[in-house]
Each structure stands twice: as structure tokens, then as C-alpha cells.
Ligand binder design. Structure first.
Ligand SMILES: NC(=O)c1ccc[n+]([C@@H]2O[C@H](COP(=O)([O-])OP(=O)(O)OC[C@H]3O[C@@H](n4cnc5c(N)ncnc54)[C@H](OP(=O)(O)O)[C@@H]3O)[C@@H](O)[C@H]2O)c1
Length: 308
């Protein structure tokens, strides 16, 4: 059995030749997803860049091609807050693609007032968790076609917060922007744990990561709470770069020693940046009873089931 220990000084330079791999990156037009896509294309992977706006995707492709003129890129317009969009994308790709690496990366954070997706789900959990739950289920045939696919779900240190308890998943009793985010990020880890248990005995691996912290568009709703000046200060003293924040995802997607179900994050001070390593799971996130409850609730809400 391989070790879960990461090499002491892993950097993306260690990634080998990915010319035979296809990766789908949600939220690929911005921040951490864009940086992950940049590294994947540099190593030869074909990247399906998924985002909700064709215009933003085109800009991202231009940025990536400026860096890597031969980058193999396709764009996919996908709204994770819309089950019909997810079903349409999944149906199209499930029949035509082999997907080796699925990066469930897109996300929203700290939406100030309770808002809902087009299907009526609380926006943050609806996008960050339910959208990726439905997408992963829909892409299972494409993932199964690969020799040893990996599902990488991007969580956050917020998954460890007490406010992230998964009762009141839709924040119907009480809403807070950051508690909805914490719920969605705990759900990312609990989902990965349960998926990994359900995939046991297959070649598919499911891993969750937290990227540390980086100033990206994720903080857009936090302006006012965090002023632009404060964000600039944080950028310098406390937060890493989006490039570095992509390392945990890239590491778990490409390194042979990665174990299904584990949770990885940066090894640096306060886990904000640095070499990826296995980190402690949020308390209770490996409880099979919690995994089964979240799975059943996610199936009930989305009407989507996994053909496992
Ligand atoms: N940055 C950090 O410090 C940090 C820390 C912990 C965890 N994370 C996690 O890292 C992941 C990436 O975040 P980031 O920091 O790179 O933020 P970002 O720059 O805001 O990127 C988020 C991406 O998600 C996309 N997205 C949002 N709602 C969507 C929807 N309904 N359908 C499809 N795509 C949607 C955004 O699209 P648009 O461009 O159209 O909005 C954007 O491409 C998130 O899961 C986040 O929770 C980030």
C-alpha cells in the first residue's frame, strides 16, 4: 500500500508527462482553477475549462495560450447552480469523453444575504456542494472510461469550523454568509469521504483538499467587511498566491502516493501555503453515518443518483 506522506518539497515541477490525460476544471476561468489549468496544460494535459460565461472562458483561454501557445484547451459553459445545465453537460461528455482528472473547484463565498440557485437551493451549498455532487454523478461514465481517474474536490479550512454543521443544510432556520460557506466546504469533505468508501475496490480515487489562502475573486462578497486596502495587506502578510493555492489540487491529482479519502492541504505555517501534505480531517467528517445522511439528502434534493 502506498504511503500517504507527501515528499518534503513537492512543487509542480515534479508533475510528469500528462499528455495522455484529460482534466476537467470547474471554475477554470479564475483564481485557483485557472492556475491549476495553467500547470496542467504546461505538462501536456488536455484541459476542459468549465465556467458559467463563455466570455470569461475565452479570456482565460487567451491568458493560458499566451503562456503556452500549444495548450490543448476546450471550454464548457456550465452553471453549477442549475441542475439542467449540469445534466446537459454531463450527458454530452459522458458519451464522448474520457476524463482522468475531475477538479470540483468552483465556488462562491460569503454571499451577504440568503439567495437561491435556479433550483431553489441555498446558493453557496447549492453551487459548492450540490452542483459538484450532481456533476460527479453525471460524469461517472466518463471517469470510469479512464484507467485510474481521480475526483479532486476543493474544500477549505472553513470545513473545520463549528458553524459548518450539516444540519439545516439549506440555511432555512438561520443564514450567515460564512456559515453557509463552512457548511458547503464541510459537505465537500464528507461527500469525498463517502464517495471514496463507495468507490472502494475500484481504480477511481476521490480526494479532498484545502488550498490554504489566496486573494482571488472569491473575496468579492467580503468587500465592505474586508476593505480593498485590508485585502491588499492580507495579500502581503498572510495570504499565498493563487499559483501556490493550486498546489494541493495538482498534487493529489497527479502524485502516485495519494490515498483515496484523505484530506490534503499546504504544510506551511498555519496551513496557508507551502508543500501539500495530508492534514487532519475536520472532526467527524469520516463518520460513515454523516456521510450516508449527506449522500441521501443530496440525492433527495437533486434527484440525481450515482450508478456505482
Ligand atoms: N482563495 C482562497 O483563499 C480559498 C481558500 C479556501 C478554499 N478556496 C476554494 O478554492 C476554490 C476556487 O476559489 P478561488 O479562490 O479560485 O475563487 P474565484 O477566483 O472566485 O474562482 C471561483 C470560480 O468558481 C466559479 N463559479 C462560481 N459560481 C459558479 C457557478 N454557479 N457555476 C459555475 N462556476 C461558478 C467562478 O465563476 P465566475 O468567474 O463566473 O464567478 C470562478 O470561476 C473554491 O472552491 C474555494 O472555496 C479558496
Amino acid at each position: 500500500m502506498p504511503s500517504t506522506l507527501a515528499p518534503a518539497h513537492w512543487t509542480p515541477d515534479r508533475i510528469g508527462d500528462l499528455r495522455d490525460r484529460v482534466a476537467l476544471v470547474t471554475g477554470g476561468n479564475s483564481g485557483i482553477g485557472l492556475e491549476a489549468a495553467r500547470v496542467l496544460t504546461r505538462h501536456g494535459a488536455r484541459v476542459l475549462l468549465a465556467g458559467r460565461s463563455q466570455e470569461k472562458l475565452d479570456e482565460a483561454v487567451a491568458t493560458l495560450r499566451a503562456d503556452q501557445p500549444t495548450a490543448r484547451l476546450d471550454t464548457i459553459v456550465l452553471d453549477l447552480g442549475c441542475l439542467a445545465s449540469i445534466a446537459e453537460t454531463s450527458a454530452r461528455l459522458a458519451d464522448t469523453e474520457t476524463i482522468d482528472l475531475l477538479f470540483n473547484n468552483a465556488g462562491v463565498m460569503n454571499v451577504p444575504e440568503r439567495r437561491t440557485t435556479s433550483d431553489g437551493f441555498e446558493l453557496t451549498v447549492g453551487t459548492n456542494h450540490l452542483g459538484h455532487f450532481a456533476l460527479t454523478a453525471g460524469l461517472l461514465p466518463a471517469l470510469r472510461r479512464a484507467e485510474a481517474a481521480r475526483v479532486v474536490t476543493v474544500s477549505a479550512i472553513a470545513a473545520t469550523w463549528r458553524s459548518g454543521r450539516l444540519d439545516d443544510l439549506m440555511s432555512l432556520r438561520r443564514y450567515g454568509g460564512m456559515s453557509a460557506y463552512a457548511k458547503s466546504k464541510r459537505a465537500n469533505v464528507v461527500f469525498t469521504q463517502e464517495l471514496s468508501r463507495r468507490l472502494a475496490g475500484t481504480a477511481l480515487r476521490a480526494v479532498s483538499v484545502h488550498p490554504g489562502s489566496a486573494v482571488t475573486n472569491l473575496q468579492r462578497h467580503s468587500e465592505g467587511v474586508l476593505s480593498r486596502a485590508m485585502i491588499a495587506v492580507l495579500r502581503n502578510v498572510a495570504m499565498g498566491s493563487p499559483e501556490g493555492a493550486a498546489w494541493p489540487s495538482l498534487y493529489v491529482a497527479t502524485s502516485p502516493e495519494v490515498i483515496s479519502g484523505a484530506f490534503y492541504g499546504p504544510a506551511g505555517r498555519d496551513q496557508t501555503s507551502g508543500t501539500p501534505k495530508p492534514v487532519k480531517l475536520p472532526r467527524g467528517a469520516d463518520d460513515p453515518a454523516e456521510g450516508a445522511r449527506l449522500w441521501a439528502e443530496s440525492e433527495r434534493l437533486t434527484g440525481v443518483t450515482f450508478a456505482l
